[in-house]
Design a protein around this ligand. Structure first.
Ligand SMILES: [Zn+2]
Length: 313
C-alpha cells in the first residue's frame, strides 16, 4: 500500500537537489503521495544560543513553507523580546511556552526534583504571560522542561493550575517507559481521569536530539529499554553528521506513516541543532522527506484544534 522506497526519495532528491534548489521541486514532491499522518516541527527554545539558531531555522521553514511550534522559555523570550517577535511573528508559526525557567513540574529521573506548588504556578503563569506579552496573541500550549515518562498523569494539582492559566494542551510525554529513549509514537489523549477532560496531552516523539549528540555531556547512560519496543530506532552511537541524524528521524517518520499514527513530532532544540549543523542541513533533508512522504505539516495548536474538535470538546 505504501510503496515508498528509499530509491524514490533519493531519486527525487537528486532530481530536485536538496538545499537551495529544493523549493522549485516542492509541488512535485508534494504530489508524490498523501497520508493522513500529520507532521509537526517543534523547537524547545531555551538558551541564549537559540536566537542565532532560530534565525537559520526560520529561513529553512520559509523555504519549505513548513509550519512550526516554538516552545519558548519565558526568560529566554524576555532577554530578547523584540528580536524574537520580529523573527517568529508569522502565521506559519505557533508560539507556545516552555515554562518560565525550565524548573521541574514533577520529579524527573535525570533532570531533578519537582519544585513546590506555588513555584509551579509561577513557571506556568509567567511562561504563558511572557509569550502573550511579546507576541500579543494567545498562548494555548505548554511543554514542560525535560518532559516526563508518564506525562502529567496523576498530577491533578498541576493540571488545575494549567486549567486556571488557560492552557489547552500540554506536550509533556517526551520519554519512553522507565525514562527510556526514544519516546514512543504515542497518540494524543485527554486528562479526563484527573478531572480535566478539556486538557489534551499532545506528546513528542523520538530522541531528544541533544542526547543523540552528547550535547549535554552526559556520556553513556542507561537510556534504552530491554527488551526494546523499538530496536530499529536505537542508533549504534552518537550522530556524527546531519545525514546520521536524518536517518534516525526517517525511522520515526516511516513508522508513524506505516502504523497509521495521527501525528509525529520530534524533540528538537535550536541551540543543539545549530551547534551540530550550522547550515541546518538536517532540517532540509527532513522537510524534503516530509513533503515526499505526503505527511500533513501543522502546528501543535492545529493538532489540538483537530483532536478537540473530533472529540466534541
Ligand atoms: Zn527544554
Amino acid at each position: 500500500m505504501r510503496s515508498f522506497s528509499r530509491r524514490d526519495f533519493i531519486k527525487s532528491s537528486l532530481l530536485c537537489g536538496i538545499g537551495a534548489s529544493v523549493l522549485s521541486c516542492q509541488s512535485n514532491l508534494r504530489t508524490t503521495r498523501q497520508t493522513d499522518t500529520r507532521y509537526i516541527a517543534a523547537y524547545d527554545t531555551e538558551s541564549s544560543d537559540c536566537l542565532a539558531a532560530c534565525r537559520k531555522i526560520v529561513k529553512v521553514h520559509r523555504q519549505f513553507e513548513m509550519p512550526a511550534t516554538f516552545f519558548i522559555l519565558g526568560r529566554t523570550l524576555d532577554a530578547n523580546p523584540t528580536a524574537y517577535r520580529e523573527l517568529l511573528d508569522d502565521p506559519l508559526f505557533e508560539i507556545a511556552t516552555h515554562t518560565y525557567s525550565h524548573r521541574m513540574l514533577r520529579d524527573h529521573q535525570f533532570c531533578g526534583s519537582a519544585i513546590p506548588l506555588d513555584e509551579k504556578r509561577k513557571e506556568i503563569f509567567e511562561g504563558k504571560a511572557s509569550v502573550e506579552r511579546v507576541f500579543e496573541r494567545p498562548c494555548i500550549g505548554l511543554r514542560p522542561g525535560c518532559g516526563f515518562e508518564n506525562a502529567l498523569k496523576g498530577e491533578p494539582e498541576v493540571l488545575k493550575i494549567l486549567h486556571q492559566a488557560g492552557i489547552h494542551y500540554v506536550s509533556s510525554l517526551l520519554w519512553g517507559p522507565d525514562y527510556s529513549l526514544p519516546a514512543l509514537l504515542r497518540e494524543p489523549f485527554t486528562y479526563s481521569e484527573e478531572g480535566f477532560p478539556d486538557i489534551w496531552e499532545l506528546p513528542g516523539h523520538g530522541w531528544h536530539e541533544n542526547l543523540l549528540k552528547n550535547h549535554n555531556q552526559w556520556g553513556p547512560r542507561r537510556l534504552t529499554l530491554w527488551p526494546s519496543p523499538f530496536p530499529e530506532a536505537i542508533a549504534n552511537g552518537y550522530c556524527k553528521t546531519p545525514e546520521d541524524e536524518f536517518n534516525v528521524n526517517k525511522i520515526f517518520l516511516d513508522k508513524a506513516v506505516e502504523s497509521g499514527k495521527s501525528f509525529v513530532s520530534l524533540i528538537w532544540h535550536p541551540w543543539s541543532l545549530h551547534k551540530f549543523d550550522l547550515n541546518m542541513k538536517m532540517l532540509e533533508l527532513t522537510f524534503a522527506y516530509v513533503r515526499h512522504m505526503g505527511l500533513q505539516p501543522c502546528t501543535y495548536a492545529q493538532l489540538y484544534a483537530s483532536v478537540s474538535d473530533l472529540n466534541g470538546s
